[in-house]
Ligand binder design. Structure first.
Ligand SMILES: *[C@@H]1O[C@H](CO)[C@@H](O)[C@H](O)[C@H]1NC(C)=O
Ligand SMILES: *[C@@H]1O[C@H](CO)[C@@H](O)[C@H](O)[C@H]1NC(C)=O
Ligand SMILES: *[C@@H]1O[C@H](CO)[C@@H](O)[C@H](O)[C@H]1NC(C)=O
Ligand SMILES: *[C@@H]1O[C@H](CO)[C@@H](O)[C@H](O)[C@H]1NC(C)=O
Ligand SMILES: *[C@@H]1O[C@H](CO)[C@@H](O)[C@H](O)[C@H]1NC(C)=O
Ligand SMILES: *[C@@H]1O[C@H](CO)[C@@H](O)[C@H](O)[C@H]1NC(C)=O
Ligand SMILES: *[C@@H]1O[C@H](CO)[C@@H](O)[C@H](O)[C@H]1NC(C)=O
Ligand SMILES: *[C@@H]1O[C@H](CO)[C@@H](O)[C@H](O)[C@H]1NC(C)=O
Ligand SMILES: *[C@@H]1O[C@H](CO)[C@@H](O)[C@H](O)[C@H]1NC(C)=O
Ligand SMILES: *[C@@H]1O[C@H](CO)[C@@H](O)[C@H](O)[C@H]1NC(C)=O
Length: 800
């Protein structure tokens, strides 16, 4: 093994020193590569392509692949072991039996053997076309990556009858996905797969080039060297892939054609030597409209079950209807599930179904299949009632006289611009649901905006504590004092927009619709008229302390440079006269507090996901953004949920603006009762560990679905969540903490571990608390969690 590694590193050294040296083309028996870093590869003579290991998403898993090696994206065009990524330390070796990929334990992960198998392999080469070949004694190739394609074909590649391509599961997951291309029986066909089995459903595209007369039937599927793609029949005639338009191939372009993970077969091009235009663009796609191409009683359609498809820039995009959330938020093609209890009402009550459910209109979307009942003549009211009182009914379609009822799962959903029929959704009253806004033609079923950018009705500390706290200043670590003259340029290198006040006044209809109030000011809903009707949340800041005014932009630029999917994005600001306004993305599902303390309580796994998302956002604020930011006021009211219920932290980076040494008022105290760390009350510097403390408290709230302080409990220890949790934890009564919630008690390992993590976070001494990064790793299960000590002898007991 050691010699192999030595040989491979020697080869690698030669390659990296002389990347264009042509001898690179011939790979001799015994050569090997190991999965240790990205550079472990063999190059084609021109250096255009590389064959070797690619690290998957910064994990310890590696993919054996071929990629375009001269473009920044290093686009992968072939891969070997997508279903079975190789762990770090795996080796690939060229033997007389072929290419063999072994894991560090010596077990075979993948192999490529010569055909016929009796031939001994003598060498291998990566050709300049991107074809990796094995040769035997003769000049014929005994194995070619071009004959064993994955999701992509390249110029100069020809597929014989019986070939297939399979899509990836997602853009970053190379497992076999939900679509396949088959060149069988004379035609190129695209089929949905009954994932995760490999059973095929009916095709959604066919070149229709098969014929009973075999000489008129397709025989080769050709991507010719200059970049054209067509079918050649047995009699030599060519057939175009209808309705593809003909293109004029150019020599200054790279080409590839890929069956993408969304099921669209796309021919892409990339400018070879352009410093500016550095991305692939789609030249031609099949089918033209993916959303309507699949139409079948069985299977989900292009998007997963219960979702609907719309075309955006030619590609299908999947969304959930109101009341539904993505099964896997990282893969929107996996469908949606209802986020409310269904059927005949609650398990505990026998209330009238009309009280439990309501109908919401959700128009411009069609689920054309799967009706189980058709009632007529009916009026809309009867149609709605019929669905509400029918346990099986999830949706009714009403067209003026007819009422079709459907049950779940819904399939083949697609967006429609026009359509007379109304889609009537049955949702449970009071449950959280996504915004009806954008797709709803009629506003009858107008959504209740569950609030957004709420800062919560914070309760502030009493004056005694104020004095104690008044020395404490929330600091930005490593923050550089920027002079006035640099400020504007620091703003301009963020993507933030400078709005004028009039524009914001128009967008918010003169600050009409209030979303919430908090320590920084009032938040209003608005819609930007320009551009694509983006909903925004506009926060008018209260008067800033005098000496903070000139820091406004400096601070903003720090916030503007943060970019993370678990932070609410700041779009821009307005700094005009007395007006200081911040413009944020709009979060349609309100605050975590609304979700958490509602009845019924949100799903356990949704809460688990949200906890992880908040932790990620905090890790980013503390450790990953340019200027580390301490939030100082982490609580459920400051966590907002977008339309997919993805958690985003809001109001970060503002605490400094409100702190002033001269004029302290109540509202300038950062932190909210029940969430603040004990060091706020001591004369010690405040560090990022204050956020860890607040996160710990909030994690307990998320686990238990109750507020950190609940005065209605007589028992004082019960009233304070942190005390109560520690008591229950010591007594081993985890079931009490989650109120016997089924999903949580079934997930008892996580429950137990997360409680321990939360208790670590709320330790009195900041240095006992783990850093957010470590919290994250413990939550994800990468680090073991030791037994936590009792959090504190000191208790924040504040009277109102
Ligand atoms: C590589 O092998 C081919 C035959 O497969 C041979 O023609 C060529 O000369 C070899 N190139 C080098 C640089 O050894
Ligand atoms: C390896 O490449 C992947 C992308 O292909 C990248 O995400 C990763 O950071 C790279 N790792 C190293 C060590 O360069
Ligand atoms: C990989 O290649 C890059 C340059 O291409 C080099 O900077 C880096 O040190 C190499 N990494 C290893 C582990 O050899
Ligand atoms: C890639 O890694 C990031 C962070 O490590 C993670 O959030 C993301 O889900 C990963 N993606 C996939 C497809 O595994
Ligand atoms: C290669 O061919 C020669 C002559 O045809 C034969 O003697 C030799 O055994 C072959 N070697 C292999 C490895 O097949
Ligand atoms: C890809 O997705 C499959 C199915 O969800 C999953 O089992 C596998 O772990 C994923 N692979 C990677 C590398 O994330
Ligand atoms: C092949 O195509 C011909 C002509 O369209 C058709 O009649 C025949 O049933 C097909 N065979 C298979 C196995 O699909
Ligand atoms: C098949 O098609 C060829 C033309 O491509 C024609 O010459 C031949 O007669 C046809 N055979 C039959 C049986 O129709
Ligand atoms: C590729 O196909 C196009 C159109 O069929 C043709 O004009 C061109 O000459 C072909 N190029 C090569 C290299 O065969
Ligand atoms: C790159 O250039 C191509 C062709 O000139 C054009 O179609 C494409 O839109 C350009 N892409 C970008 C990002 O400018």
């Amino acid at each position: 093994m050691a010699t192999l590694a030595a040989v491979s590193s020697l080869i690698f050294l030669c390659l990296s020193l002389l990347p264009y040296y042509s001898s690179a083309a011939n790979i001799t028996l015994g050569s090997s590569l190991s999965a240790t870093n990205n550079n472990s590869s063999w190059l084609s003579p021109s250096g255009e392509f590389a064959f070797g290991f690619r690290q998957l998403n910064n994990s310890d898993l590696f993919l054996l692949a071929i990629w375009f090696n001269k473009i920044p994206q290093r686009t992968i065009v072939w891969h070997a072991n997508g279903d079975n990524p190789a762990p770090r330390g795996s080796t690939l070796e060229l033997t007389t039996n072929g290419l063999v990929l072994n894991n560090p334990g010596g077990r075979m992960v993948w192999y490529a053997s010569p055909s016929p198998a009796t031939i001994a392999v003598t060498k291998a080469a990566l050709l300049d076309t991107g074809n990796f070949v094995l040769t035997g004694n003769g000049s014929n190739f005994v194995w070619e990556s071009f004959k064993n394609p994955t999701d992509t074909i390249l110029p100069d590649q020809t597929l014989d009858l019986g070939s297939m391509l399979f899509s990836k599961l997602t853009e970053t997951n190379f497992s076999k996905g939900r679509f396949e291309l088959h060149f069988d029986n004379g035609s190129v066909q695209l089929n949905p797969v009954a994932w995760p089995s490999r059973s095929l459903y009916n095709w959604y595209y066919s070149s229709e080039t098969s014929s009973i007369n075999s000489s008129e039937s397709g025989n080769k599927f050709v991507f010719n060297a200059s970049g054209n793609i067509y079918i050649v029949k047995t009699n030599g005639e060519t057939a175009q892939l209808f309705p593809w338009v003909t293109i004029t191939p150019r020599v200054d372009l790279y080409y590839r054609a890929t069956l993408d993970s969304d099921g669209v077969f796309t021919q892409y091009a990339f400018l070879k030597n352009s410093p500016t235009n550095q991305s692939w663009w789609a030249l031609r796609i099949l089918p033209g409209n993916m959303c309507t191409a699949i139409f079948s009683d069985i299977g989900s359609g292009p998007c997963g079950f219960n979702s609907y498809c719309s075309i955006q820039n030619g590609r299908p995009s999947c969304d959930c209807p109101p009341g539904f959330v993505f099964v896997d938020p990282n893969n929107r093609f996996m469908g949606c599930r209802p986020n409310f209890r269904q059927g005949c009402g609650g398990d505990d009550d026998s209330r009238d179904l009309g009280e439990l459910y309501e109908i919401r209109e959700f128009n411009n979307v069609d689920w054309p299949l799967g009706d189980y009942e058709k009632l007529q003549p009916y009026n809309q009211k009867d149609c709605e009632q019929s669905c509400i009182y029918d346990c099986s009914c999830a949706v009714a379609i009403y067209d003026g006289t007819r009422c079709w009822k459907k049950r779940l799962p819904l399939s083949n959903g697609r967006y429609r611009d026009t359509g007379f029929s109304k889609v009537l959704f049955k949702v449970r009253k009071g449950d959280s649901f996504s915004d009806f806004g954008d797709n709803s033609g009629s506003r009858r079923g107008r959504p209740i905006l569950l609030g957004a950018l709420l800062l919560g009705g914070s309760v502030f500390f009493n004056v005694v504590l104020l004095v104690a706290v008044s020395i404490v200043v929330c600091v930005w670590h490593h923050k550089k004092e920027a002079g006035n003259n640099v400020q504007d340029s620091s703003i301009s290198d963020t993507n933030m927009r400078c709005f004028n006040y009039k524009e914001l006044e128009e967008a918010t209809d003169a600050f009409k619709e209030e979303l919430g109030r908090g320590s920084f000011g009032i938040v209003y809903k608005g819609v930007l008229r320009s551009g694509s009707r983006n909903a925004i949340a506009v926060k008018k800041l209260d008067k800033l302390a005098q000496e903070r005014e000139r820091e406004f932009k400096t601070e903003l630029s720090a916030i503007g440079r943060t970019h993370h999917k678990n932070l609410v994005q700041l779009h821009g600001f307005c700094d005009e006269g007395v007006h200081r306004v911040l413009v944020y993305e709009f979060m349609s599902n309100g605050t975590l507090a609304n979700l958490l303390f509602a009845i019924p309580k949100p799903d356990w796994y949704l809460r688990v996901r949200i906890s992880l998302e908040i932790a990620k956002g905090l890790v980013y604020l503390h450790e990953e953004c340019n200027v580390p930011i301490i939030h100082c006021d982490i609580k459920p009211q400051n966590i907002l949920l977008d339309q997919y219920l993805i958690a985003k932290i809001s109001d970060f980076g503002l605490s400094k603006l409100l702190l002033s040494n001269q004029s302290r008022t109540r509202t300038m105290i950062r932190g909210t009762r029940g969430y603040v760390a004990p060091e706020w009350f001591k004369n010690v510097p405040v560090t990022a560990k204050v956020d860890v403390y607040s996160f710990g408290v909030m994690l307990l709230e998320i686990i238990c679905c109750r507020r950190s302080v609940e005065m209605e409990f007589e028992d004082e220890r019960r009233a304070i969540l942190t005390d109560w949790v520690y008591d229950c934890y010591i007594e081993g009564r985890l079931d009490v903490l989650v109120d016997n919630e089924e999903a949580a008690t079934a997930d008892v390992d996580r429950l137990h571990k997360w409680l321990m993590i939360a208790i670590w976070c709320i330790q009195e001494d900041p240095s006992d608390r783990p850093a957010m990064k470590m919290v994250m790793q413990m939550l994800e299960g990468f680090l073991d969690v030791p037994q936590p000590p009792c959090p504190s002898s000191f208790r924040v007991s504040v009277e109102y």
